[in-house]
Design a protein around this ligand. Structure first.
Ligand code: CP
Ligand code: NVA
Length: 318
């Protein structure tokens, strides 16, 4: 078969700033249509999404699977233990075989290189459902949540406190794309990938945002609009006791929220460990928007799938 250039979403910045904001706007439109009871079943009738999971998931799996169902398509949950991948079949062969059956592949992997390889051999779009490097569908969906709560991105600032992991990477990239300022505050053991920061800063120059990496959590939250945190230990990661001890200073508490300012909202991609990266008081308090974030994964995934697999959307990725 002729191999045409296929769009893959491996990191947030596979989208241009214009594409990212248009995709988020389209997600908001699909969300409004969904609540208005507008039929959406015809968009992806007959389309299939393969979902490969090397590690557990609640939101990513269910939001993609329910999203495909709402759009009239079908999603297949494929755990690596059940696939021949678990017995040593190569990623390259898996990608080529799945491409003959399905219209797109979503994968959650340990090593980012695995999803790069999957995309290199797939002839259908590949979506990163979290790797050790990035979590782009979460980063982009979070920008929708920010816009809903704060009215927009320009002139607003998000402070991320904790381990500068895949989530922090997606927040700097997605933030830069939409023009949201992002400050990362992390201990020396948990620094972000300098190449990702450089990429985010280059995008931010075009969109008018600033991306900074600090160490002091109190300095980072001064006057911000959003305080964001994530688990200290990501799936597949292990941290030394010294690193865990250093992370204690980055816990999001009522005092940290007070330092951020009266209007600041609290965000977390979930799952969360109350009493570690954030207190239960903050997580379940009136400024927390964590369940809006979880919901917006559904709408963002739907927008992405409609754009990738049909001509019914605004044509953002063309
Ligand atoms: N936020 C997120 O990706 O959650 P899951 O691990 O449950 O998919
Ligand atoms: N950083 C976390 C996010 C989970 C959605 C992890 O990789 O485990």
């Amino acid at each position: 078969p002729t191999i045409t250039k296929t769009f893959h979403l491996l990191t947030d910045d596979d989208l241009t700033p214009a594409q990212a904001t248009a995709l988020i706007d389209f997600a908001a439109q699909l969300k409004a249509d969904h609540y208005a009871g507008k039929p959406q079943h015809h968009y992806l009738a007959g389309k299939t999404l393969a979902m490969i999971f090397q590690k557990p998931s609640t939101r990513t799996r269910v939001a993609f699977e329910a999203g495909m169902a709402q759009l009239g398509g079908h999603a297949l949950y494929l755990s690596t233990n059940d696939l021949q991948l678990g017995r040593g079949e190569t990623i390259a062969d898996t990608a080529r075989v799945l491409s003959r059956y399905v219209n797109a592949i979503m994968a959650r992997v340990y090593k980012h290189q695995d999803i790069v390889e999957l995309a290199a051999y797939a002839t259908v779009p590949v979506i990163n459902g979290l790797s050790d490097l990035a979590h782009p569908t979460q980063g982009l969906a979070d920008m929708l949540t920010v816009k809903e709560h704060l009215g927009g991105w320009a002139g607003r600032t998000l402070a991320y406190l904790g381990c500068a992991n895949n989530m922090a990477h997606s927040l700097v990239l997605s933030g830069a794309l939409v023009g949201l300022n992002v400050r990362i505050a992390c201990p020396p053991h948990c620094q972000p990938d300098p190449a990702i920061i450089a990429r985010a800063q280059a995008i931010a120059q075009q969109t008018g945002a600033t991306i900074t990496v600090l160490s002091d959590p109190w300095q980072a939250v001064q006057g911000v609009d959003i305080v964001y945190t994530d688990v200290w230990v990501s799936m597949g990661q292990s941290l030394s006791q010294e690193a865990l001890d250093a992370l204690q200073a980055y816990q999001v508490t009522e005092e940290i929220m007070a330092a951020a300012g009266p209007g600041a909202i609290f965000m977390h991609c979930l799952p969360m460990y109350r009493g570690q990266e954030a207190t239960a008081e903050v997580a379940d308090g009136s400024r927390s928007v964590i369940f809006d974030q979880a919901e917006n994964r559904l709408h963002l995934h739907k927008a992405l799938l409609v754009e990738l697999l049909s001509d019914a959307g605004p044509g953002i990725l063309k």
